[in-house]
Write a protein that binds this ligand. Structure first.
Ligand code: ACO
Length: 343
């Protein structure tokens, strides 16, 4: 686990604009009732999810990433040609290679700049923000596009009631660049507990279990999850990592105006609010409308929060997530409004 204090550096890096995209198709709890042995009442009380968005067959991760990226570029008031780095966090790339970030680069009509994918499950957006921030702060890069995108519906087993009710598709994007001192990213923490990784896996399709008739027959190309183990990990790590990163930024919990948590389950979010003693109203929540969109979740929520107008210049914001790995990411930033244009 590495906790970084970013204020020590001379250059301050922040978010200049955000964007997001979700597919039009909606899968409601009522529709799931017809697919597996579940009920709207169980799903709402145990997860807080009412519906999720599902991509149609022709839509891949790079398509949603592109839509989200265009909005983020517009709000940051820069052109795709101004970018000099693209990082895409995803566990559902269009294909194993080329990287979805490279496909996105091409779709944006630019070339030559570095573009790569990063796999950290639902913590991916926080991981990608931290990697981009350090490349901008320390290196020659000036403007980065970070996208968290996943089409989990492609790897969700719609015969398994314990996972099929949870997941949805989407993308969240952010443009990173220099901001005035005192704004932008103040501290971050990335961590992983590889020993516990077995509780959340997509076992098939990799070099260990390549796709075969047998792997398909054994449903190895779908998410396998021990939900209660992930739940316990999530509740613990959200509290611990948020506390550490807020302290590292030199702040108290009362200073935090917004928490944008990974949107997996309303009970996990409520438990984090209780443990951190931060009122629930300061946690931005959209899990009811989108379910768990994996790497897209925090970027999608941050973009929606920014578009409400409730996120003000100078607000201290905590972004905190957990996911496959098991991984976690927590960041503190002071919101800089300069580059944002609201719809
Ligand atoms: N409908 C009805 N009943 C269900 C359903 C369902 N959809 N799913 C499970 N149940 C049943 C179980 O079979 C079990 O029945 P039993 O008592 O007869 O055995 C009962 O409900 C309770 O099951 P639990 O798994 O203990 O339920 P829990 O309260 O833990 O909720 C859940 C399950 C929602 C999956 C929860 O554990 C959770 O949210 N975990 C975190 C998951 C998560 O966030 N994963 C994503 C990580 S991020 C990433 O990288 C993708």
């Amino acid at each position: 686990m590495i906790v970084t204090e970013m204020r020590e550096s001379i250059k301050a890096i922040g978010i200049l604009g955000t964007g997001s995209a979700v597919p039009e198709g909606v899968l409601t709890n009522a529709q799931l009732e017809a697919m597996v042995d579940t009920s709207d009442e169980w799903i709402v009380t145990r997860t807080g999810i009412r519906e999720r968005r599902i991509a149609d067959q022709g839509t891949a991760s790079s398509h949603l990433a592109y839509e989200a990226a265009l909005k983020a570029l517009e709000r940051a008031q820069i052109q795709a040609e101004d970018l000099d780095l693209i990082i895409c966090a995803t566990v559902t790339p269009d294909m194993a290679f080329p990287a979805t970030a490279c496909l996105l680069q091409d779709r944006l009509g630019i070339n030559a700049i570095p573009a790569f994918d990063l796999s950290a499950g639902c913590s991916g957006f926080g991981y990608a923000l931290t990697v981009a921030e350090s490349m901008l702060r320390g290196g020659p890069y000036k403007k980065a596009l970070v996208v968290g995108v996943d089409i989990l519906s492609r790897i969700t087993d719609y015969e398994d009631r314990s996972t099929s009710v949870l997941f949805g598709d989407g993308a969240g994007a952010a443009i990173l660049g220099e901001v005035p001192n005192g704004f932008g990213f103040l501290a971050s923490e990335l961590g992983a507990d590889g020993a516990s990784g077995g509780v959340l896996q997509l076992p098939g399709g990799g070099s260990l279990q390549p796709a075969s008739l047998e792997s398909v027959h054994r449903r190895q190309h779908f998410i396998k999850m021990q939900g209660s183990d992930v739940f316990k990990f999530a509740v613990r790590i959200l509290e611990e990592s948020a506390k550490r990163v807020v302290a590292k930024a030199g702040l108290a919990m009362e200073d935090v105006v917004w928490v944008v948590p990974h949107q997996a389950n309303i009970r996990i979010i409520r438990s984090a609010a209780n443990r951190l003693e931060i009122p629930e109203e300061r946690f931005f929540v959209n899990v009811d409308r989108y379910g768990n969109t994996s790497a897209a979740s925090i970027g999608l929520a941050l973009d929606e929060l920014a578009q409400t107008g409730d996120l003000k210049h100078g607000d201290y914001v905590v972004l905190v997530g957990f996911g496959a790995g098991l991984t976690w990411s927590a960041l503190v930033l002071r919101w800089f409004e300069g580059g944002l244009v609201r719809e």
